[in-house]
Design a protein around this ligand. Structure first.
Ligand code: AMP
Length: 305
């Protein structure tokens, strides 16, 4: 049932051209879970230190998020990431990454966590993604995300996981980096050749491009006047995308396209404020409303040629 996700629950320090925060809640698993829980049940597998208080954990409360798999390690600190953006908000510059509690984390999935409809290996080191993948029992979809750090430092380990997943959800720059190929379509084909059924390329303010062996689908980003902090947009997208798919019985192309739009809608909320400050206050009615606006944005009529 639902989704199992393994990923970071983190403290972030973020600087954008519009402001800075020294410590706020972040993490790939955090953004993903909150977004996916609009559509389905989520089991979050991760680890925090004892500096992650009940008040911070309240971000997960009142949502369809099960925290049995979120360990708290005494005497350890929570994963920490510090990043900075210039005026091109599509490019995050990492200033510091501290694995902290994640360094020795070896989760043993419970029976329930082993049997989700969808397994998401959110951005975290590839050995951990592989270990969790091997514990799961035939989910309908296995998807992963990654980032430049792991492409640079754990390439072989990352390739091993990619060979066994159905979907790769990855940033545009990382597709090019992974394949050492500047043409995005060629680079995507190279990743598909490793085994995945589809690759979903996140292109920041330019939207999303999904490529399979025999089809392609593109969606723009929702046009916003105020983009404040892009952190977490990718994980929020993945949460909306896979959360929606996990809630559907049929997984045909039409549902994948709707899922891309739901992911894009949720991500558009995340970037409106720092951290999860906007996403945490959003209602399902607002999500549905923006989904309809998105449809109007991309609609055009056929005509006779
Ligand atoms: P994104 O959706 O790509 O903007 O992801 C942002 C989140 O990823 C931040 O909240 C960070 O805490 C988290 N993050 C940054 N670096 C890493 C990493 N190396 N491994 C896992 N999570 C990370």
């Amino acid at each position: 049932m639902g989704i199992t996700v393994v990923g970071t629950v983190a403290f972030d320090a973020i600087q954008t051209p519009f402001g800075k925060v020294d410590k706020c809640i972040g993490g790939s698993g955090t953004y993903f879970s909150v977004a996916a829980s609009f559509f389905t049940d989520v089991a979050l597998v991760g680890v925090v230190g004892d500096d992650f208080t009940e008040e911070e954990a309240s971000i997960f409360k009142g949502r369809r998020i099960n925290l049995d798999g979120l360990q708290r390690v005494k005497g350890e600190k929570t994963f920490f990431w510090s990043g900075e953006y210039g005026f091109d908000l599509n490019v995050a510059k990492t200033r510091d990454t501290q694995l902290n509690a994640f360094a020795g984390f070896q989760p043993k999935l419970s029976e329930a966590q082993r049997e989700p409809d969808v397994l998401f290996l959110a951005n975290i080191y590839p050995e951990l993604q592989y270990d969790v993948l091997k514990q799961a029992k035939r989910p309908r979809i296995v998807a992963l995300d990654t980032m430049n750090l792991w492409i640079e430092t754990k390439r072989a380990e990352l390739e091993r996981v990619i060979r066994e997943v159905d979907l790769v959800i990855i940033n545009e720059a990382e597709v090019r980096q992974f394949m050492s190929e500047s043409n995005l379509v060629k680079a995507a084909r190279g990743i598909l050749a490793l085994g995945p059924r589809a690759i979903v390329i996140k292109r920041g303010e330019y939207g999303v491009l999904m490529i399979t062996k025999d089809s392609a689908f593109a969606a723009p980003a929702f046009p916003l006047e105020n983009v404040f902090d892009p952190t977490g947009a990718g994980d929020t997208f993945a949460g909306g995308f896979l959360g929606y798919l996990a809630s559907r019985s049929e997984l045909h192309d039409r549902e994948f396209r709707r899922a891309i739009v739901f992911g894009s809608v949720l991500a558009s909320f995340t970037v409106e404020k720092f951290s999860l400050d906007r996403l945490r206050e959003v209602t399902l009615a607002e999500v549905q409303h923006r989904y309809r606006e998105f449809r109007a944005l991309t609609h055009f009529e056929d005509f006779e040629v």
